[in-house]
Design a protein around this ligand. Sequence first.
Ligand code: ZN
Length: 52
Amino acid sequence: MQYCETCGGPVTDDFVRVFGTDDGEVFACLDCATMREIAAGGAATGAETTAR
Ligand SMILES: [Zn+2]
């Protein structure tokens, strides 16, 4: 089990693989961010959810 770097909440391995960094870190989860923010890359980059 992995944990969100921001809030410490548990995240699944699949979640990390899909949304996390290459190092296996996740900076947002459904406990501390919205699915929209996570899908936009927030889980891999922290709060950097600005649109590109
Ligand atoms: Zn979190």
